[in-house]
Ligand binder design. Structure first.
Ligand SMILES: Nc1ncnc2c1ncn2[C@@H]1O[C@H](COP(=O)(O)OP(=O)(O)OP(=O)(O)O)[C@@H](O)[C@H]1O
Ligand SMILES: [Mg+2]
Length: 275
């Protein structure tokens, strides 16, 4: 794996995660092949990766390169064909219930209100809803849904539903969050606004986030590091530390450092033949 350093112009450097040697989450020689014989599809790997506590790591790669497969393996929902995954020093060999997970399609149930959906995550974990009242209120406020807590999902826009799903994924105070293209289906303006909420929540709560996206811009705006994934079978051959201070608002995209990162990453994907 190469650590690529990208010129960050005159922007102050915050390279907190550039030299991660062992992480909260460690992958060693992880690869996944679906099926056997002539039908086998080598989807992902082999990959070594260390993710540090509190970092925001994006997996950026083309469609079909194995990003979701990797997320499912880290969540313990899919076993690797080869290799090991450790979380906080423990081997991941079954579903991880402490973590927060969010996918492109949210998992809100239609018969419960926003609050009811958030509470469902607590009930499934046998946690007392009463102990989490303040946290639910804080989460709803931070994504601007405080006035919609008692509405059902069908009464919300797509963006509002994704915001509610963030609260759902974070309510039990997970230290690790796996977010697989949670903004993929939203329009550009809503995406922008939820990115900002997500960054605010991450800065405030400091969970370790692994975030999947196709968007170079989104990855640069949100991440402390970006793992660039090659076309299938996905391998991580470049890790880029984004040395821009947080919070990164809309205007950061006009900075020369941001544009430099964008060009360098576009160049990488051009090299893979996917741009
Ligand atoms: N359950 C499965 N059975 C067989 N093949 C699978 C399965 N899941 C994924 N694959 C294959 O593995 C490869 C990687 O799929 P994956 O969904 O991980 O890609 P991805 O990077 O998340 O793509 P996208 O960006 O489009 O979501 C694809 O070729 C896909 O066809
Ligand atoms: Mg996917």
């Amino acid at each position: 794996m190469t650590i690529l350093s990208v010129t960050a112009g005159s922007v102050p450097a915050v390279t907190a995660y550039a030299d991660v040697v062992s992480g909260l989450i460690s992958l060693r020689g992880v690869s996944k092949t679906f099926g056997t014989g002539a039908d086998a599809v080598h989807a992902f790997g082999p990959v070594d990766l260390d993710i540090a506590e509190g970092e925001f790591l994006s997996l950026l790669g083309p469609s079909g390169c194995g990003k979701s497969t990797l997320m499912l393996m880290i969540a313990g929902l899919l076993p690797p064909t080869v290799g090991t995954i450790e979380m906080e020093g423990r081997s991941v060999d079954g579903p991880q219930t402490d973590i927060g997970i969010m996918f492109q399609d949210n998992t809100l149930v239609p018969w419960r209100t926003v609050r009811g959906n958030i509470e469902l995550q607590l009930e499934l974990r046998n946690l007392s809803v009463a102990n989490f009242r303040d946290r639910i209120a804080m989460l709803l406020r931070s994504v601007h849904l405080e006035d919609f807590a008692d509405r059902h999902p069908y009464e919300l826009s797509g963006g509002m539903q994704q915001r509610a799903a963030f609260c759902q994924a974070m309510v039990h105070d997970p230290q690790i969050m796996l977010l697989d293209e949670p903004l993929g289906k939203l329009d550009a303006m809503t995406r922008e606004s939820i990115r900002s909420d997500l960054q605010g929540l991450w800065m405030q709560q400091k969970p370790t986030v692994i975030f999947v996206t196709h968007s170079i811009e989104e990855a640069i705006q949100l991440s402390s590091r970006i793992a660039v994934v090659t076309p299938r079978p996905g391998r991580i051959d470049q890790i880029i530390s984004i040395d821009l201070p947080f919070p990164r608002d809309f205007d950061v995209k006009n900075s020369s450092a941001f544009v430099d990162y964008e060009r360098s990453i576009q160049e990488i994907f051009r090299g893979y033949g996917v741009i």
